[in-house]
Ligand binder design. Structure first.
Ligand SMILES: *Cc1c(COP(=O)(O)O)cnc(C)c1O
Length: 478
């Protein structure tokens, strides 16, 4: 009954405008939302209610609040509380064409790994408890045998990621001494992981040998001094030097290192554990081949081609891996129980190599035949076209996927998908569409290339995850 007076005071002619005093007090709103408080507790609901009322009060003062909004307060509050409980880390659809995408969480975990995480993480477990002896154990003991069996190594350990494995390996084997690396391998893997910086962080002095394109055995031999602690090889995973090149492979370098009493460490990065050429994929160097060539330490990632969780795997000789395990920094870099459970379950899948292309989702995506992906594109074409019409047109296209995460940088996998063009031909319109796709409940991530938004369907195993969102897309584009 006071609203008309307010309207008169503020000179407003709209009878449905609300004034600040029309807003309920915090306590009243919380009483009206008792079930919500019962479900979530007082703190969260009261915090959100306060913020909600503050916002509405400012709008009431500015005379932009209508009464209907006050009636909707309980629903608005429930919506806010619900939104606050939604994690920022969300599932997305990776239609970028890069299968192992570092920005999109890299490898997808196998069912066996997911189930193991689910089964173990809510329960006490024997992470560092020896069930036979009933005494304190070492988490490495749970996984070392399996890693040795799969790679042919004498010893193995695991840490938080491959960057940590490289850092720890260099620190344990060459702290306060010199480590020799070819100039052609002083790579930046991404972010702040640059070989020279890792060397100094590990307390080793970097000795560069050779040139960017060519390094010879004698370059290494001449660089070895009494101060040398280690020779390091780095797999140049995210670029390739082509043309007039020469590098010294591990089989040539190992005798040179060993003749001087030095260990040889190689950072493989991507870490395929089986020969990928059996599925028509480009071959990657395998840890087992590096060990057979004489490397004392081989490091690789858990969440690239291996298809597991983030982890750094270290395999090698008893002596070198023993020094790494005993190095104090190991404790700070150790693998947590959550990825540990997933890693062990993933590695066990390698005991059944014939099933790998079905069991490992990342390998399953990489080995999807183009014909199957093209069929999916054709199947989705009319529904997607209807959802984005009339501002956009859609056609099916042949595409080139890539493996990603630095693996095999120049190789491409024939793929297929949808290309969306703006009917007005404007790039800005396409950016707006990409943004709308990212705003969907399960964000859809494509890529814009040559004035087309490309959706590479290699990454879409469940088409319903896309089609079920098309009505929302249509509505948001309208
Ligand atoms: C990816 C990569 C790394 C870093 O591995 P993370 O598991 O991401 O820490 C290091 N070296 C090489 C050669 C790589 O390809």
């Amino acid at each position: 009954m006071s609203a008309p007076d307010e309207s008169v005071v503020h000179g407003s002619k709209a009878p449905d405008k609300a004034a600040p005093k029309d807003l309920p007090a915090l306590d009243k709103l919380l009483r009206d939302c008792a079930p919500l408080v019962a479900q979530h507790g007082h703190t969260l609901v009261a915090n959100e209610a306060r913020a909600l009322l503050d916002g509405l009060r400012s709008r009431a003062v500015a005379s932009t609040l209508v009464r209907a909004e006050i009636d909707a307060l309980p629903q608005m509050l429930a919506g806010r509380v619900d939104a606050r409980m939604q994690p920022n880390l969300r599932a997305v659809l990776n239609l970028t064409g890069t299968v192992i995408h570092t920005n999109l969480g890299r490898a997808l975990l196998a069912d066996a790994a997911l189930q193991q995480v689910l089964a173990l993480m809510g329960s006490p477990n024997n992470l560092e408890f020896d069930l036979d002896r009933g005494a304190r154990g070492d988490r490495d003991d749970l996984i070392e045998g399996l890693l040795c069996e799969l790679t042919g190594a004498e010893a193995a350990t695991v840490v938080n990621n491959n960057a940590a494995a490289v850092l720890l390996g260099i620190a344990a084997l060459a702290r306060g001494r010199e480590a020799i690396v070819s100039r052609g391998e002083l790579v930046e893997i991404g972010g702040a992981f640059r070989m020279p910086d890792v060397m100094s962080a590990a307390g080793a002095t970097l000795v560069e040998v050779g040139t960017t394109n060519r390094t010879h055995p004698r370059d290494y031999e001449q660089a070895i001094t009494p101060r040398t602690g280690l020779i390091v090889k780095v797999h140049t995973s995210n670029y390739q030097v082509q043309g007039f090149t020469a590098a010294v492979d591990e089989a040539t370098l190992a005798p040179i290192a060993h003749a001087a009493g030095l260990p040889l460490m190689t950072d493989l990065g991507s870490g395929a554990l089986v020969d990928l050429s059996q599925w028509g994929l480009p071959a990657e160097p395998l840890p087992q081949a590096m060990l057979a060539a004489g490397c004392d330490v081989v490091t690789f990632s858990g969440d690239k081609l291996l298809g597991g969780p983030q982890a750094g795997l270290i395999v090698g000789s008893k002596a070198a891996v023993g020094r790494i395990r005993k190095y104090p920094m190991k404790r700070a870099l150790r693998l947590s129980k959550l990825p540990f459970a997933a890693l062990e379950a993933t590695l066990r899948l390698y005991l059944r190599p014939e099933r790998l292309a079905q069991d490992l989702p990342t390998l399953r995506l990489l080995t999807r035949p183009q014909s199957q992906i093209a069929q999916l594109a054709l199947h989705l074409l009319s529904d997607v076209a209807a959802a984005v019409a009339p501002r956009f047109t859609v056609e099916t296209v042949a595409l080139q996927s890539q493996i990603g995460s630095g693996s095999l940088p120049v190789e491409r996998l024939p793929s297929a998908g949808l290309a969306i063009c703006a009917a007005d031909g404007r790039g800005r319109t396409l950016e707006a569409l990409a943004s709308t796709l990212r705003s969907l409940p399960r964000p859809v991530i494509g890529r814009i290339h040559d004035d087309r938004l490309l959706l590479d369907l290699r990454g879409l195993e469940e088409p319903a995850l896309l089609t079920s969102q098309l009505p929302v897309l249509k509505e948001r584009l309208a």
